[in-house]
Design a protein around this ligand. Structure first.
Ligand code: F3S
Length: 281
C-alpha cells in the first residue's frame, strides 16, 4: 500500500510453558527413537502438527489404534481418565505431555468433590481439556456462560474450577450469576485459569487499544487463540489468521498501526512469517 505501517507485537504471545514443554518432549523423543505418536494432536496448531508429521511423529486418536511396543505422548490439554487408564494397561511407553497447570484443574476439581462440593467446571463443553477435566470427577456440571445458570438447580455447596484458557470476564460473570442465585456463602472458586493465558489476554487488550487493527495468529481450533480474537474484537477490528497467506484477504488501506498477537500454541516461525509479510504490505 506504499505508506509505512507500524507493526507492534504484543508483550506476551506465542508458545506458553505447557506447549513448549510438550513440544520439547516430542522433539527429544523423535531424536532418540521412532516411531513416536501423540494421542490426539499434541497442541492445537495445524502448522506445528504438520511439521512434526514430517519429522516422523504420528497421531493416534483412539486406544484401539495404539499398537503394543509404541511410544505415545499425551497431549498438552490432557486426556480423559479412562483413556489414560487404558493406555497404562497396554505394553507401551507413555510419555506425559500434559501441562502441569491442566493437571492442577483435575486435582482441584477432585479435591472439591471429595470435600462434598458440587463441582462446576466453567469452560467449553466440547473442548478436549474440559472433557478430560470432567472425566476425573463423578458428577461434573459444565457451564459455558452466565446465561446457563438460570436453569440450574443445585442443593448445597458449589465448588468451581475453570478451563485454563477462559477469560476473567466470563469467570466473573458466571460467579456473579451463581452468587445471585445460590448465595455468596455457598460458592467456592478455585480459579484455575493459567497465568500464560492471563498475560497474553492482558497484553492483547492493551495493544488493541493502541493500534488500528489486530492480527491474531493461531490454529482455528485453538481455544486460547479464539479467546484472544474475541477480546481484541471488542476493542478494534481484529482478524484471526492461521498463516501469513491469509493476510492477502485483509484490506490494510488507511491502517497506520497493526498489532500482532498469537495463541499459546502458535510456533514462533509462524509468527515470524506473518511479521515478514506484513512488513511488505
Ligand atoms: Fe498450560 Fe497454560 Fe499453556 S495451562 S498448556 S501453560 S496455556
Amino acid at each position: 500500500m506504499g505508506d509505512y505501517m507500524e507493526i507492534i507485537l504484543a508483550k506476551y504471545s506465542g508458545f506458553c510453558f505447557g506447549v513448549t514443554r510438550a513440544a520439547a518432549l516430542l522433539k527429544e523423543q523423535l531424536e532418540k527413537t521412532k516411531p513416536v505418536s501423540t494421542f490426539g494432536p499434541l497442541i492445537h496448531n495445524p502448522q506445528f502438527n504438520e511439521e512434526m508429521k514430517k519429522q516422523g511423529a504420528g497421531i493416534v486418536n483412539s486406544v484401539e489404534e495404539v499398537k503394543d511396543g509404541s511410544i505415545i505422548i499425551s497431549r498438552a490439554h490432557g486426556l480423559e481418565k479412562s483413556i489414560i487408564e487404558a493406555l497404562k494397561n497396554k505394553d507401551i511407553i507413555l510419555i506425559d505431555g500434559v501441562c502441569p497447570f491442566v493437571k492442577s484443574v483435575h486435582k482441584k476439581a477432585l479435591g472439591l468433590e471429595e470435600k462434598g462440593y458440587q463441582v462446576i467446571l466453567i469452560g467449553e463443553r466440547e473442548h478436549a481439556e474440559v472433557k478430560a477435566a470432567a472425566s476425573y470427577i463423578k458428577n461434573p456440571i459444565i457451564i459455558e456462560n452466565a446465561k446457563e445458570i438460570t436453569d440450574l438447580n443445585i442443593e448445597g455447596k458449589i465448588g468451581v474450577v475453570v478451563q485454563t484458557t477462559q477469560s476473567q470476564k466470563n469467570v466473573d460473570d458466571v460467579i456473579l450469576a451463581l452468587e445471585n442465585k445460590f448465595g455468596k456463602e455457598n460458592i467456592k472458586l478455585e480459579n484455575t485459569r493459567c497465568l500464560a493465558t492471563e498475560e497474553r489476554q492482558t497484553a492483547a487488550m492493551n495493544l488493541a487499544k493502541k493500534v488500528d487493527v489486530m492480527i491474531i495468529i493461531g490454529g482455528k481450533e485453538s481455544a486460547n487463540t479464539k479467546r484472544l480474537h474475541e477480546i481484541c474484537s471488542t476493542i478494534i477490528k481484529s482478524y484471526h489468521i492461521e498463516t501469513a497467506e491469509e493476510l492477502n484477504q485483509i484490506d490494510f488501506t488507511g491502517i497506520n498501526k497493526a498489532g500482532i498477537t498469537a495463541g499459546a500454541s502458535t510456533p514462533q516461525y509462524v509468527i515470524d512469517k506473518v511479521v515478514e509479510k506484513l512488513k511488505n504490505i
